[in-house]
Design a protein around this ligand. Structure first.
Ligand code: FRU
Length: 479
């Protein structure tokens, strides 16, 4: 995120809040005002807690607060009072991103205190802070704040987004920083969350991997900013990805393989993960991108989080991301279940005009004559969001050039042909999340359709394709 130019706060106009055609049906989103990164993900006393970067007084980024929702099932979320408000000397200009841990029954938030050093707001000094709660709702900032008062020698004033975890007898903390345009991650250790010892850097950009690493996580290091696009990769302004490697907890050395993008859509950033009591590693990300248009601002809100996704490591050394099992609870009724239909040209399902849909579609890719095939969502007179598989190039493509107001652009990613192409799609009023071949590739994008919804269309070009099954559910509107 660039610090400059982000503080022109447009006051939320109550009248504009009335027409809300893009308000999401089943995602965590700004109650009103602005949200960005998910923060402090944790399961505490049985409930799932999600905090988020929040500016409640306008639809653009401003002095950051921590908003708060919680849920017993990762599906139904309740909004709680704002957990952290900026304004103390150490977090005067914002309570930036961070994480949560449980310590002796207390829910502890470790976050970045942000202060500008100049009038132009281009120079920042960032420190790490602690706030605790006994009930998981009311938080008290610690009297020792800031608990890390200055950045390490290999870093700079851009020093933020602490992720804390417990390993054996100690707490460990990593944070992102930068020096001479090299993004890096630094490591600290503590026995009480209040006094921290610096252990050194554990990973850094090899020059072409970003000038600032934001929101690092402890088992995967991600969110570098400013990687140059290379073919189909790194097309977003800021990238989110991971390294798989080995961490030596005696000499604090992390040896790792190459950087992989985690989601290939337009809108996925600042992902954070946590482990729940079933041992699952669950991720949420901000379902937007810095500096992209957010047409929902005219409705008095801006920003949403992705659905919760379970991460697993596959045999090929890559991470698979799939929607958590609990999301099946969103299914209200099955709208369609068909098998074995040949698609030749186009077939529109006019019964699928609901705005909130879960779609499972599978195609046989063994005997296809077609050049490409796929599915169009939110089909209108001139609008549609296209998800297409190019058989020759073996690429999955998400094309939102006709997805409605304010958005555009195509994202494509290599997806090697196997016997079947399975697409598991969650469609909400202004978002689409596509999980291909059980999470081998995931694409997440915001869309802003304006036209009357005429349904869902399957298509194939220059030949037939056999659709082996299509299951569609109407989803609950709980937003
Ligand atoms: C990532 C980020 C973080 C920072 C927060 C500020 O999107 O820039 O590095 O803590 O947003 O809102």
């Amino acid at each position: 995120m660039a610090l400059e130019n982000q503080q022109t706060n447009t006051k939320v106009d109550n009248e504009t809040q009335t027409a809300k055609r893009w308000r999401l049906g089943y995602h965590i989103m700004a109650p009103s005002g602005w949200i960005n990164d998910p923060n402090g993900l944790i399961q505490y006393k049985g409930n799932y807690h999600v905090f988020f970067q929040h500016y409640p007084y306008g639809v653009e980024w401003g002095p950051m607060h921590w908003g708060h929702v919680a849920s017993h099932d990762l599906v139904h979320w309740k909004y709680y009072p704002i957990a952290l408000v900026p304004g103390d000397t150490y977090d005067r200009d914002g309570c930036f991103s961070g994480s949560a841990v449980e310590d002796e029954g207390e829910l502890c938030l470790i976050y970045t205190g942000h202060r500008y050093l100049d009038k132009e707001k281009s120079l920042a000094d960032q420190v790490q802070c602690l706030a605790v709660s006994r009930d998981g709702i009311q938080f008290t900032k610690d009297s020792n704040n800031p608990v890390i008062a200055s950045y390490p020698e290999e870093g700079s004033g851009d020093f933020r987004d602490p992720k804390v975890w417990r390993h054996n007898d100690f707490w460990y903390l990593i944070a992102g920083t930068t020096k001479n345009h090299i993004g890096k991650v630094v490591l600290y250790r503590s026995s009480d969350l209040r006094t921290w010892t610096y252990l050194g850097g554990i990973a850094q950009s090899e020059g072409n991997q970003g000038y600032m690493w934001e929101c690092p996580d402890f088992f995967e290091l991600k969110s570098p900013q400013g990687i140059e696009p290379e073919d189909d990769c790194y097309q977003n302004l800021h990238q989110t990805g991971y390294f798989v490697g080995h961490f030596d907890d005696e000499c604090f050395d992390f040896s790792h393989g190459s950087f992989n993008e985690l989601d290939k859509g337009h809108d996925f950033y600042a992902v954070q993960t946590f482990q729940d009591d079933q041992g699952r590693r669950i991720a949420f990300a901000w379902m937007d991108m810095w500096e992209s248009l957010m047409p929902e601002q005219e409705e008095g809100w801006a920003g949403a989080l992705t659905l919760p996704r379970e991460l697993t490591l596959a045999a090929d050394g890559k991470i698979r991301m799939t929607p958590v099992e609990e999301l099946k609870k969103l299914r209200k009724n099955k709208l369609l279940s068909v098998e074995n239909e040949y698609i030749s040209g186009e077939k529109t399902y006019h019964e699928l005009t609901d705005e909130l849909l879960e779609i499972e579609v599978e195609f046989d890719t063994t005997l296809v004559e077609a050049f490409d095939f796929g599915i169009n969502l939110r089909v209108g007179e001139t609008e549609e969001t296209v998800i297409r598989y190019d058989l020759k190039e073996e690429k999955l493509i998400l094309d939102r050039t006709k997805s409605g107001t304010g958005v555009g652009g195509v994202r494509q990613t290599a997806l090697p042909k196997s016997e079947r192409l399975r697409l598991h799609i969650y469609l909400d009023r202004s978002s689409v999340e596509v999980f291909a071949n059980d999470g081998e590739t995931v694409m997440t994008s915001r869309i802003y359709p304006t036209e009357k919804n005429e349904g869902v269309r399957l298509f194939s070009n220059e030949g037939d394709v056999r659709m082996t099954r299509l299951n569609v559910w109407r989803l609950e509107n709980i937003g």
